[in-house]
Design a protein around this ligand. Structure first.
Ligand SMILES: Cc1ncc(COP(=O)(O)O)c(C=O)c1O
Length: 386
């Protein structure tokens, strides 16, 4: 697919331009509205998701913002999983809340609690993550979609942590699926992107918001995500195999309090994961018995993983959500989202498993050596605050 590095596309006459701008005939006029490279990416991802239509954005957050704004107005109510990406949480609890849209956050693994929240007030949107950031809670999308529809809500699922290779929420009856294309779809930590896919009518409504809010993806960025798609399957297989093996090994080590990985039988939603995901995915979370101090020593001792804030890359990334991806949350919001102060998150890359295991082993040794790290230490990997 060529990179259509152009803002404007000329028409043969004034009528053609008016028709294109008013969606009366296919074509391109202005790249904030649409661009051939972005459109190719949107339709490729829609095909992977099993959707009728899709649209591409500059970032995952732009996709989430436009999707939610296409569905709600002042006075509306949203029910969202409390295990949720930090910026999505604050988009709901601060930005949209300021504009009169109220969100109730619930434990999505407690279906009675979800039902109570849905029936407490008429609800426009039920918002879920297939596998949550950062606590690796697996939502039972089919059961929750049925619940959401019974209460008249549109079901929106952020599928970023697993990608359409491992799960296709639309096949489980979700209405719209969102991906941060920045992560597994692009896969190389070198481009930001967001995608929404679903039926034609809903995607057209999202697109109409995007035309007026302008979170458009650049043609080069769309090209870079398209470049990632042919290797998605290979990468996801490798990410999943490495994460399952590394997390399984970690779980057996002294000094490790808890490990959350959907492929491990110890995972609270192991049975749902087996039903819903093709494999456990490349993400896992863990807590060291020494808490925050041990976590800090562990991260600082690692030599292979990148100390940064993203995920879904060819490079392994270990992060401390409390000071990176969820830094904007207050202590009570962190507790509500289930993010323990010492929780660490790992996104496994494509490196050799034995190299990673040996690196984790020596870092656990360093964490043990530092045991007794102060619980009130705030910054784990301050350099990771991107
Ligand atoms: C689950 C999830 N959704 C959405 C986003 C936002 O994506 P982006 O950084 O592309 O805006 C992220 C980013 O980390 C994420 O982890």
């Amino acid at each position: 697919m060529p990179i259509y590095q152009s803002v404007t596309f000329s028409s043969d006459d004034a009528d053609e331009l008016a028709d294109v701008l008013n969606d009366r005939r296919p074509g391109y006029a202005y790249s904030r509205i649409d661009n051939p490279t972005s459109a190719a990416l949107a339709s490729a991802v829609a095909e992977l998701e099993g959707a009728e239509a899709g649209f591409a954005f500059a970032t995952g957050m732009a996709a989430i913002h436009a999707t939610l704004v296409s569905l709600v107005s002042a006075g509306d109510h949203i029910v969202a999983t409390q295990a949720i990406y930090g910026s999505t949480r604050t988009l709901l609890s601060r930005v949209l809340n300021r504009l009169g849209v109220r969100t109730t956050f619930v434990d999505a693994s407690d279906h009675d609690a979800v039902e109570r929240a849905l029936s407490a007030a008429p609800t426009r949107v039920l918002y879920l993550e297939t596998v949550s950031n950062p606590t690796i809670v697996v939502s039972d999308v089919a059961a929750l979609a049925e619940l959401g529809h019974r209460h008249g809500a549109t079901v929106v699922v952020d599928n970023t942590f697993v990608s359409p290779y491992l799960c296709r929420p639309l096949e489980l009856e979700a209405d719209l699926v969102i991906e941060s294309g920045t992560k597994y779809l692009a896969g190389h930590s070198d481009v930001l992107a967001g995608l929404v896919s679903g039926d034609r009518e809903r995607v057209a409504a999202v697109r109409a918001v995007q035309t007026d809010t302008g979170g458009s993806i650049a043609p080069l960025a769309a090209f870079l995500v398209l470049r990632g798609l042919p290797t998605l399957a290979l990468r996801m297989e490798r990410h999943s195999a490495t994460a399952a093996a590394l997390a399984g090994w970690l779980e057996r080590q002294p000094g490790v309090a808890r490990v959350f990985q959907p492929a491990l039988p110890s995972h609270p939603q192991y049975e749902i994961a087996r039903r819903q995901l093709a494999s456990g995915g490349g993400m896992f979370a863990f807590e060291l018995s020494g808490g925050r101090g041990a976590g800090r020593a562990f991260i600082d001792a690692l030599t292979i993983p990148e100390r940064t804030a993203s995920l879904g890359s060819i490079f392994t990334i270990v992060s401390h959500p409390g000071s990176t991806s969820h830094r904007q949350l207050s202590d009570s919001e962190l507790a509500d989202a289930g993010v323990a102060p010492g929780l660490l998150r790992c996104s496994t890359g494509l490196e050799d498993l034995e190299d990673l295991r040996a690196d984790f082993e020596q870092a656990l040794g360093a964490a043990e050596f530092s045991a007794g790290g102060r619980a009130d230490e705030v910054a784990i990997g301050a350099a990771a605050r991107t």
